[in-house]
Design a binder for this molecule. Structure first.
Ligand SMILES: [Cu+2]
Length: 529
């Protein structure tokens, strides 16, 4: 009971500060200066943790297509339980795509369709969403479009009814397998696929259901960016481990079948004390003294990072940002630190050529404390030639929507509130209901959305990329550059985004990508007509 009181006060406390801000005219800058660096609570591991920078960085294997005929690539992925040695000498049971965490990487070409047949051999229903994909609604992984596992084929008792008596008459439930089709008619970028099941997305991702999907095209290939072994996909995710080596997660229902949500004090988000990159704890990677392209994904449920690359002698290396969630920027932007919220991606080039051979460059999180401050390290192993380059023009196809193009302006508040008699996370005062109509937008319409948050909320739109027009009533920050599909709102902050709803008609979503918030109501329907 004491925990409950603490959490409520904390949540109300933040809301109270916002109220004060509104009442007294306290500036956004002053409010933000006091903002907490995290939203959520950190679990503590009960096993001895390895020292940092000992475990080599794994590179997820690239999935081989089962067929490449007919102008499309076909893949098969089995979702199954597996055990992995994440911490040296410790076995950890996981839910996986193809037995691995992260799941295998899919490599695609722009405009070349891909079909992935997912087979569910897990003990619970699943749904796959390709984050950042421009995907027809039938393959977008709507949370009630479940793939039922063997022996659980009775959709009426399990699933088409969400929790709290919600029924979704439009759910398309399949048994055991489902084909997800991705046209990939979109800008090249790093996408990721993960579970998106109604009410249980957060624990499913936590247990291992996440993988990367890279889209490329000829124009990007021709830029001469670092490539091959000098291009590294980096999936960053925090986890915590129980005494028996299993992942800890404070689920109200550990079977992840009936009752969604997490115990207090984790209602605002679940953080782990172990930072994994590509599934390895604080790994180290040997690099040449040359430029590398780092494709960074924050696949954490709730943890935010502010990444810096620091040499042994305390120097911060330039992080040259070349891309955002939805592909290349127009021109490179040199940064010293990169804030990255859950589900965001950054494409950056780091030049190790000025770093003494034999020394380390640590990737650190300035928002983390204790062991969670370290992320990974690069050991500069040898001098090397480098014919890569970072051209001053990276792309010329970024959409340039103007406010005057918008046919509508909508307002959304992402805030804590009451849901079904308990704590929830709400959009516009309402918890998610698949059967409710929230936003209906016309295909090809341009709209401006104004979004405001109480605590950290990384706001994600399915189907479309968007530009950030303003942040806190001011021009966007440097990290808002490019085409985004997730925008990070900090406590008390507002942003305006602009997008065109193009691509496909159908039922999509927008939601908070703090995965715990998402499971506790913070989603809404986006119907494109
Ligand atoms: Cu949120």
């Amino acid at each position: 009971m004491r925990e409950r009181g603490m959490t409520r006060r904390r949540v109300l406390g933040i809301g109270g500060a916002l109220g004060l801000m509104a009442a007294t005219g306290l500036s956004t800058a002053a409010a933000l200066a006091r903002r907490p660096s995290i939203t959520g609570a950190e679990l503590r591991s009960a096993v001895p943790l390895p020292p940092p920078f000992q475990v080599p960085l794994p590179i997820p294997s690239v999935l081989k297509p089962v067929s490449t005929t007919g102008g499309a690539d076909r893949y098969e992925i089995t979702q199954r339980e597996a055990s992995a040695e994440i911490l040296p000498g410790v076995k950890t049971p996981l839910w996986t795509y193809e037995g691995a965490f992260p799941g295998p990487t899919i490599e695609s070409r722009r405009g070349r369709p891909v079909t992935v047949t997912h087979r569910n051999e897990l003990p619970v229903p699943t749904v796959v969403h390709l984050h950042g994909g421009r995907t027809p609604a039938a393959s977008d992984g709507y949370p009630t479009d479940l793939v039922l596992p063997e022996g659980r084929h009775d959709a009426t008792t399990h699933t088409a009814h969400g929790m709290h008596g919600m029924h979704d008459p439009r759910a398309v439930v399949t048994k055991l397998t489902r084909d997800y089709s991705f046209p990939l008619d979109q800008r090249p970028t790093l996408l990721w696929y993960h579970d998106h099941r109604m009410d249980f997305t957060a624990p499913a991702i936590w247990r291992g259901l996440a993988g990367m999907h890279i889209v490329r095209d000829d124009a990007e290939d021709a830029l001469g960016l670092p490539a091959g072994p000098r291009e590294l996909p980096l999936m960053i995710a925090d986890r915590a481990f129980a005494a028996d080596g299993a992942l800890v997660y404070p689920a109200l229902d550990p079977t992840l079948r009936v009752r969604p949500g997490v115990r207090e004090p984790y209602l605002a988000g679940v953080l782990g004390d172990v930072i994994l990159v590509n599934g390895a704890p604080w790994p180290v990677h040997e690099v040449d003294a040359a430029r590398y392209r780092l494709r960074i994904l924050n696949a954490s449920n709730a943890r935010h990072y502010e990444l810096e690359a620091i040499t042994d002698d305390g120097r911060r290396l330039d992080l040259v940002q070349i891309g955002a969630d939805q592909g290349l920027l127009a021109t490179p932007v040199t940064r010293r630190s990169l804030p990255i919220a859950p589900a965001e991606r950054y494409d950056v080039v780091v030049d190790f050529s000025g770093v003494p051979v034999g020394s380390l460059v640590r990737l650190v999180n300035q928002l983390g404390s204790g062991r969670a401050r370290d992320v990974m390290a690069f050991r500069v192993a040898r001098k090397a030639t480098d014919d890569s380059r970072v051209p001053s023009t990276l792309s010329t196809d970024l959409p340039a929507w103007r406010r005057s193009d918008a046919v509508r302006v909508r307002d959304f508040a992402f805030r804590a509130g009451q849901m079904h008699g308990g704590h929830g996370w709400l959009i516009g005062g309402l918890p998610f209901d698949p059967a409710r109509s929230d936003v209906t937008a016309r295909l090809d319409d341009v709209e401006v959305w104004r979004v405001v948050a109480d605590v950290h909320h990384p706001v994600h739109l399915h189907l479309v990329g968007f530009r950030v027009l303003s942040r806190g009533g001011r021009p966007p920050l440097p990290h808002d550059a490019g085409l985004k599909d997730t925008v990070s709102l900090r406590p008390g902050e507002s942003v305006e985004i602009i997008t065109r709803f193009d691509g496909y008609r159908g039922r999509y979503l927008f939601h908070c990508h703090n995965a715990e918030h998402e499971d506790m109501g913070m989603m809404a329907n986006l119907e494109i007509i």
